[in-house]
Design a protein around this ligand. Structure first.
Ligand code: FES
Length: 167
């Protein structure tokens, strides 16, 4: 059964002492093929999705090194997710399967260090799935909003890993 209660808003304190509503900062690794194209399609269809996501393009999600993921969290991302081609349709044959395995490994590491593997996810899309890309952005933003700020992030600061503008 899905949770239908309104999202919990989390207040964080800024350096100047005023409380502001927490807005997650999310790093998204996409492959340059279906992953990024789905974001582009969302833009072409003028679909709106939260501005909380910051895209980082990789040649393939098989290039998603666990260190990239951990670095994103270390730099202050509240959440990270990876968007690649559908399983069986990776332009580098099985790269997305390697990416999936690395994401699963990184989730375990995040659980072990107390950050929580639920801050990390992987999705598979085709290039035409702009609406799905937008929905994943909304779902992840809402998930991270509920989880709250990255405990590694200095109080009240915002850091974006990857600053490529949206397509
Ligand atoms: Fe898209 Fe490999 S090229 S996941």
């Amino acid at each position: 059964m899905s949770d239908t209660s309104p999202p919990k808003r989390i207040e964080i304190a800024r350096d100047d002492g005023r409380d502001v509503e927490f807005e997650p900062c999310i790093t998204v690794f996409t492959c340059i093929y279906c992953g990024y194209t789905s974001a582009d399609t969302a833009g072409a269809l003028r679909l709106s999705y939260p501005p909380n996501i910051h895209l980082v393009r990789l040649p393939c999600t098989g290039k998603t090194d666990v260190l990239y993921i951990l670095k994103a969290f270390e730099e202050g991302a509240d959440g990270v997710y990876v968007v690649g081609c559908s399983l069986g349709n990776c332009h580098h044959v099985r790269g997305n399967e390697r990416g999936k395995a690395r994401v699963e490994h990184a989730k375990k590491l995040l659980d072990a260090i107390g950050l929580g593997g639920e801050r990390l996810e992987m999705f598979f899309v085709s290039g035409g799935m702009g609406a799905t890309f937008a929905r994943y952005a909304e779902e992840m933003t809402e998930r991270i909003r509920k989880l709250g700020p990255n405990p590694l992030r200095a109080k009240g600061t915002r850091v974006a890993v990857g600053d490529e503008s949206k397509p």
